[in-house]
Ligand binder design. Sequence first.
Ligand SMILES: [Zn+2]
Ligand SMILES: [Zn+2]
Length: 243
Amino acid sequence: MRGRYWSLKMGVRKHPSAVQLELPGIGEKAETIGSVLDLTADDVERLKKKRPKALGIVCRRSDCERNLHCFDTGDTKYAGGSCRSCGVDLIDWSVVRVRSLADVEMKFNFFDQEWIRHFFFHVPITSRIEAYARKHGYNGLGQVTENQLEQPKMLRYMPALDYNQTAMLDGTIVHWGRHATACCCRACMRYWHDIPLDHELIREDIEYFKQLVMRYVRFRLPDLGRYSKSPVNGSTVQEARAS
Ligand SMILES: [Zn+2]
Ligand SMILES: [Zn+2]
């Protein structure tokens, strides 16, 4: 159902004056994205060629005035789990960290309060993103998700490979879902899902993250099942309609 996560906070309502894309320069430098809510699908396809950092799409970004924070307190002065920039304490970690989909709506609403995850919950779906998703269908995307999570750099924390290695705008709906649900890298898994860096991911971890990503896919592309070209068994179609 399309409206399932409509409770996701829409920054545009709270901040009607959200600035348009700032375009202070030409070429590669300085095209910082103000609010994701100002982006069009065409913008996404144009900007995907640029480095995420040059666009300001970075993990620890916060925009606290628009209620978009970063909860990786790390070595800041604030208590663990609060915003590293303003110290606000908004997340019920006992809900986020339970390995169940029972409260997945609530979890998504918590993810949506962090700048980087809010970005991927709201970035416009482009025809490229949709075409890829349709080509693979729900089952195929589930397999793609699993394969990505089983890469050695995800199973075990590798400092040189972590953090910046998961595709952003130029990725697929699976990459977007991984950013949105904080299984994009081990650094994000650590503070959102309480998975220590020295823990080697096990099957249950991978299965849980796969389910989270697939819920994201269903939220962003609720009609996917209907158009899927890949073989879909009856239960998957039913599942897709029921959720
Ligand atoms: Zn903040
Ligand atoms: Zn990450």
